[in-house]
Structure formats: C-alpha cells, structure tokens
Design a protein around this ligand. Structure first.
Ligand SMILES: CC(C)(COP(=O)(O)OP(=O)(O)OC[C@H]1O[C@@H](n2cnc3c(N)ncnc32)[C@H](O)[C@@H]1OP(=O)(O)O)[C@@H](O)C(=O)NCCC(=O)NCCS
Length: 277
C-alpha cells in the first residue's frame, strides 16, 4: 500500500475511486464527476491536505479533507472517507487518518471534525477508534406532501435576490455543510425566499432548486404565527421539487423540530457530528 497526497491526481481517478468506495453506501452516492466536484467545492475540499491509498497501482482509499473555521480557529474537516470494498479492514482508513493528521499538524491544526450517519456502524467504529467523539446529533427531515397554508396570512412570500441574504443569528452553530462559507460556495448559487409585511422582513429561507432548505429563520417578534411554514410552502411552489429536505438540524433545536413535526416532516436520517480531540 502506498499513501500520497491527492493534489496532483486527475479528478476522474478520484471520482472513479469515490464511486467504488461508496457503491454499497447507505445512501445513493452515484454522482457524476461534475456533481462530485460541486459537492467537494461546497464543503471546502483541499486536495493538498487529502490522502489517497494505492494498492497494485489502483487508487483504493480516499480521505478527502478541508479546513473549516469556527469560533476557536481553523479545524480540519473530513469531507468524506471511503475505501473500496475489496480493500477494507486492512487498516487503510487508519493509515490515511495518520497521514492527514500530519499534514494538518504541519499547518498548526490539531483539531478535526466530521459527520457520520448514525446507522453507519463501520464508519462509526472506525472513527471512534481514531479518537473522534460524538459532539452533537444532527437530524435530517423531509417534507413529501404539499403544505397547506393560509391563503392570505397578512404577509407575502416572494423570491428575492440572494445578495439580500440577511444572515440572521441562528439557534445553533450550523454544521459544516450548512455553514455560511459552504452555502456561499454552492454552485449553482442558492436561492432566497423572503416573507415581508408592509416592507418589514419577517423571515427568510435559503434553498436550492432541488428543494434543499439550507437556512430558515424568522425574526423573534414574528415567531409562532406560521411564517416559517408559509416560507416552506413558498419554496415548494417555487421549486416544484418532489420533496423538501431540511438537513443537519441540531437535535437541541426544539423550535425547529416542532416546526417540522407540525409540517408533517419525516425524520429520515440522523448524523453524529464528531470531533477529535
Ligand atoms: C468506513 C470505511 C472507510 C473504513 O475503512 P477501512 O479501511 O476498512 O478501515 P480500517 O481497516 O482502517 O479499520 C479501522 C478500524 O475501524 C473499525 N471498523 C472498520 N470497519 C468496520 C466494520 N465493518 N465493522 C466494525 N468495525 C469496523 C475497526 O475498529 C477497525 O479496526 P480493526 O480492523 O483493527 O478491528 C469503509 O468501511 C468504507 O469505505 N465504507 C463505505 C464508505 C463510508 O461509509 N465512508 C464513511 C462516510 S462518513
């Protein structure tokens, strides 16, 4: 086995190894090259910090790393890891983790963070063995039916230019895939829906054309009046996506969970955000 940085590796090779490593994953991950590149770009992938594992000339393992900044400074972020099925349980993940840690440490970065699907027993066991510990649970919901809303609620939901994204304080620190840096990098750019009453901004939703709601916020004086629900309904109308997805809601966010329950959303997946040390 040979380990090497991914900085000079052709992207089609990385894409091919990624597809193979995720061929039996819990979720469909069969993205084409362009989709994988967009996902990695959005999450701040840094090829020079990432490690590949080669066996008999074939790329069989990937640790795709980036750097995220939180209140305490830079932190290594694991965008994804994967080992092709025939190369598993041979210590590749552990070897790649050690190499990535050295690369991060040489840049003064000791802390690392990642998310793992709570049902992914293999990855969970591997990350625990590497010293990662669960920090908080992140819940992912789907709304799969058309939301019924008051036709004349007293405010208007309308699409607005994304440059007007208000970036209000949120209930909790967003997970890295929902961090504002990640949302800024989204390609194509995310869309903005606003709820306004007599020119006052009551709330907003930031979302993709595929129906992923990345950020939803209502100003404190206007909460518990149905503004968030009508924003979600407006996003449904605007995107015509078969389902709305609200991902990585902090499990402590009672208001968010209450809203989604009242909208009949289905909790379809939970992840653990894990940190080391
Ligand atoms: C998770 C994954 C990357 C592990 O890669 P790997 O190279 O097989 O891992 P390692 O051989 O380095 O294993 C390190 C330790 O992790 C744990 N582990 C790994 N796979 C495991 C499994 N299937 N069941 C239980 N524990 C497991 C063990 O403690 C193992 O040490 P041991 O073999 O000495 O007992 C691999 O299973 C994979 O690619 N899965 C599909 C993609 C995926 O889920 N990626 C993670 C996304 S967050």
């Amino acid at each position: 086995m040979r380990l090497h940085s991914l900085s000079l590796i052709d992207f089609p090779l990385i894409h091919q190894a990624f597809r193979l490593a995720f061929s039996d994953y819990l979720l469909p991950m069969q993205m084409d090259e362009e989709q994988l590149a967009a996902m990695l770009h959005r999450r701040g992938w840094r090829p020079e910090l990432s490690i590949g594992a080669w066996r008999d000339g074939a790329l069989v393992g990937l640790w795709l790393a980036g750097v995220h900044c939180d209140e305490a400074g830079p932190i290594g972020y694991c965008v994804a890891t994967g080992v092709t099925p025939d190369a598993r349980r041979q210590g590749l993940l552990q070897a790649m983790a050690a190499a990535v840690s050295r690369r991060l440490a040489s840049r003064g970065i000791q802390r690392q963070q990642l998310e793992v699907i709570s049902d992914n027993a293999a990855a969970m066991a591997a990350y625990l063995k590497l010293g990662f510990r669960p920090r908080r649970r992140l819940d992912c919901y789907r709304i799969e039916h058309a939301l019924a809303v008051d036709a004349a609620p007293g405010w208007r939901c309308e699409a607005a230019d994304r440059s007007q994204w208000p970036r209000w304080p949120l209930h909790s620190e967003p997970a890295v895939p929902n961090s504002r840096d990640s949302l800024e990098r989204a390609r194509p750019p995310l869309l903005l829906m606003t709820a306004k009453q007599n020119g006052d901004l009551l709330g907003y939703a930031l979302y993709s054309a595929a129906g992923d709601v990345a950020e939803l916020a209502v100003a404190p004086p206007h909460r518990r009046r149905g503004v968030a629900r009508s924003l979600l309904a407006a996003v449904q109308r605007d995107t015509a996506a078969p389902a709305l997805a609200i991902s990585n809601l902090d499990a402590d966010d009672d208001a968010g969970a209450g809203l989604l329950r009242s909208c009949g959303a289905r909790l379809w997946l939970s992840q653990w955000e894990m940190r080391r040390p």
